[in-house]
Design a protein around this ligand. Structure first.
Ligand SMILES: NC(=O)c1ccc[n+]([C@@H]2O[C@H](COP(=O)([O-])OP(=O)(O)OC[C@H]3O[C@@H](n4cnc5c(N)ncnc54)[C@H](O)[C@@H]3O)[C@@H](O)[C@H]2O)c1
Ligand SMILES: O=P(O)(O)OC[C@@H](O)[C@@H](O)[C@H](O)[C@H](O)CO
Length: 499
C-alpha cells in the first residue's frame, strides 16, 4: 500500500474535501495529536465551510525523537486521517476526515532559519500553540543569540523580534496549554525576555500593541494514534497513514479575546463550537477541576487495581462510585460556578468517559502526574479543607495512589520502572527527571517516612502539604491499605458513609 499524500488520494479517486494550496496564515508550535485533532480540524472545517483558505505550518518545538514525527508529517505532505467518534444529541456519530489544513512541519532545532523566515510572510496572521503544561515557563538561561533558544516562550520572542524587524503587523496568538491564563502567561514570559535581552522599548510596545495574546480553554479527548486498529483502518482506506489520529466528537474551544476575532476566524459560519468571551476562567476552572481532576484522581489507583482504559473504569462499580464521590462531593463543592451547572457538566463528562469508540489509556493519562495532581486536584483538596475543615477522602486517597503508582526503583532513559501489583506487568512511570530521581531514591522508605518526604517536597506542590492537618496520617493510612489490601480496597474505603 502507498503512503498517504495528495497523489495517492488522486489515484484512489478520493472524493472528500481537500485544500492543496493556500497561503500559510497559521504558525503552530506543537505538532502533537491534540492540536491535529482539535485546532487543525477546526481550521480544516473553516476552510471547507467558510472559505478560510488557510494552511498551517507546524513547528515541532523540541528535538525530533527516535520516531521522527516531523519527517513522517512531511512525507505525507501534512495530510492525515482523523477519526472523531462518540454521541451527539443521543445519536452515534463517527466522522472520518482527511485533514488537509497542514502544509508542512519544521523542527525548531533542525530548521530554525526556515522558522524565522516565516516571520517575513505578510499573510501570516495567527500563532497557535500547545507545548504541554511544561511549555510556558520563563527560563532565564535562554539567550537571544541561541539558535533557537531552549524554551518555547524564548523561541516565540525570537520569532516576534524577526517579525518586528520586518515592520509587518503582529499576530493573534491562541495558547492552548492547560495552564491558568495560558495566553497571558505566555505574554509575560515574552515581555520578560524582550526586556532581559535588551531588545528595545519599541519592540516591547510593538509586542503589546500589535499582538493579541489570547488565553483559551480547549476541551476534546484526543486519544491519538490507534495502535490496535491502525492496520485495519489503513487497509480500509487503501493507504498507509502513519499519523492517524483519533478522538471524541465532542469539542469546545473557549477563547478569551476581542469580539473582532469572530470576523477573523469564521467559525460561526462553519458551525463550530468556538466561544469568544471576555473571561474564560470559569470555563477553565470547571473543565480542569472536574474533567481533568477526575482523570488524575482516578487513573493511578484504577491502574494499580488492574484496569487499563477509562471506559472500563466507568463500568466498574467501585471505581466509578469512587470517581463520582470525588467529583460530586469533593470537587464540585469547591468550584465557583453554580452546583447545577457543574453537575450538568460532570454528568456529560462521565458519559464522555464511557465513549464506546475510543480507548483512553490510563497510562497515557498518567504522564506527568505530579504537575497534573498539583494543577488539577490539589486546588480542590485545599478548597475542601478550607470550606469543610476536614479532609476529602477520595482526593486524599488519590494522593496515596499517586505515591503507590510512583514507587519505582530502576530509572533509565525511558522512565522509572515499576510492576503492577495486580497484573504483575512492568510499567514505566514518566515524569520530569527530578520527580523520577526523587522516587527512585526514596521508594524503599517505610510508608510514613515516604509520605512525609513526598508531602514535604515543595518543588512538587509549591508548598509543604505536611502542614495540612491530618493529611500525612490519612495518606499513610490509605497507602497502607493499598499495600495490604489493594488499590480497589482503598477506593472502596472512601465510599463507606457515616465515618
Ligand atoms: N490529548 C488530549 O485529549 C488533550 C486534550 C486537551 C488538551 N491536551 C493537552 O495537549 C498537550 C499535548 O497532548 P497530546 O495528546 O497532543 O500529546 P502529544 O504527545 O501527541 O504531543 C505533545 C506535544 O507537546 C510538545 N512538547 C512536549 N514537551 C514539550 C516541551 N517541554 N516544550 C515544548 N513543547 C513540548 C511536542 O512537541 C508535541 O507537539 C497535553 O499537555 C495536554 O494537556 C490534550
Ligand atoms: O492530555 P493530558 O496528558 O494533559 O491529560 C490527560 C487528560 O486528562 C486530557 O487529555 C483530557 O482528556 C482532555 O483535557 C480533555 O479535553
Amino acid at each position: 500500500m502507498k503512503t498517504l499524500n495528495y497523489e495517492t488520494l488522486k489515484q484512489s479517486n478520493y472524493e472528500g474535501y481537500l485544500l492543496e494550496d493556500a497561503p500559510v496564515r497559521v504558525l503552530q508550535f506543537g505538532e502533537g495529536n491534540f492540536m491535529r485533532g482539535f485546532v487543525d480540524y477546526f481550521i480544516d472545517q473553516m476552510n471547507e465551510k467558510a472559505g478560510f483558505d488557510t494552511k498551517v505550518t507546524l513547528v515541532q518545538p523540541i528535538s525530533q525523537g527516535a520516531f521522527r514525527l516531523k519527517d513522517i508529517i512531511n512525507e505525507q505532505e501534512g495530510l492525515y486521517t482523523l477519526y472523531l467518534q462518540g454521541f451527539q444529541d443521543g445519536q452515534e456519530v463517527r466522522e472520518k476526515r482527511v485533514i488537509s489544513a497542514v502544509k508542512n512541519c519544521l523542527n525548531a532545532y533542525e530548521d530554525w532559519n526556515e522558522v524565522l523566515d516565516m516571520a517575513k510572510k505578510p499573510d501570516l496572521r495567527f500563532i497557535t500553540c500547545n507545548t504541554t503544561e511544561a511549555g510556558i515557563a520563563y527560563d532565564p538561561t535562554c539567550q537571544f543569540a541561541d539558535a533557537p533558544a531552549a524554551s518555547y516562550p524564548a523561541k516565540l520572542t525570537q520569532f516576534l523580534f524577526a517579525r518586528f524587524q520586518q515592520q509587518l503587523p503582529g499576530f493573534i496568538i491562541l495558547a492552548c496549554e492547560l495552564i491558568d491564563n495560558n495566553g497571558k502567561e505566555l505574554e509575560k514570559c515574552v515581555l520578560q525576555h524582550a526586556k532581559d535581552w535588551n531588545l528595545g522599548e519599541d519592540f516591547i510596545q510593538w509586542i503589546q500593541k500589535e499582538n493579541v495574546f489570547c488565553s483559551t480553554l480547549v476541551d476534546r479527548i484526543v486519544t491519538g494514534y490507534p495502535r490496535a486498529e491502525a492496520d485495519a483502518m489503513n487497509a480500509e482506506n487503501g493507504y498507509v497513514d502513519n499519523t492517524l489520529d483519533t478522538g471524541e466528537i465532542f469539542g469546545v474551544w473557549v477563547i478569551e479575546g476581542p469580539q473582532s476575532l469572530r470576523d477573523e476566524l469564521p467559525f460561526e459560519k462553519a458551525g463550530l463550537p468556538i466561544i469568544v468571551t471576555d473571561d474564560h476562567k470559569p470555563y477553565k476552572e470547571q473543565k480542569v477541576r472536574i474533567l481533568n481532576g477526575a482523570h488524575t484522581s482516578m487513573v493511578l489507583g484504577a491502574f494499580l487495581a488492574g484496569q487499563t482504559i477509562v471506559r472500563d473504569c466507568m463500568y466498574d462499580p467501585t471505581i466509578s462510585a469512587y470517581m463520582n464521590e470525588a467529583i460530586y462531593n469533593e470537587i464540585i463543592p469547591t468550584l465557583s460556578l453554580s452546583k447545577e451547572d457543574c453537575e450538568q457538566f460532570a454528568k456529560a463528562v462521565t458519559e464522555r468517559f464511557k465513549n464506546p469508540f475510543i480507548d483512553h489509556e490510563l497510562l497515557a493519562i498518567s504522564l506527568n502526574s505530579t504537575a497534573k495532581w498539583k494543577a488539577r486536584v490539589l486546588p480542590s483538596l485545599l478548597g475542601y479543607v478550607d470550606k469543610f475543615h476536614k479532609l476529602p477522602k477520595a482526593l486524599t486517597t488519590s494522593l496515596a495512589s499517586y505515591i503507590a503508582f510512583y514507587r519505582g526503583k530502576e530509572l533509565d532513559a525511558d522512565g522509572l520502572k515499576a510492576v503492577n501489583p495486580v497484573t504483575k506487568q512492568p510499567y514505566t512511570i514518566k515524569d520530569d527527571a527530578d520527580v523520577l530521581e526523587f522516587f527512585a531514591a526514596n521508594s524503599d522508605k517505610p510508608n510514613a517516612q515516604l509520605v512525609s518526604l513526598v508531602l514535604g517536597n515543595t518543588s512538587f506542590w509549591g508548598q509543604d502539604l505536611n502542614a495540612i492537618e491530618g493529611l500525612h496520617d490519612a495518606v499513610t493510612s490509605a497507602l497502607d491499605t493499598i499495600d495490604n489490601e489493594g488499590a480497589m480496597a482503598a477506593m472502596q474505603a472512601c465510599l463507606n458513609k457515616g465515618e
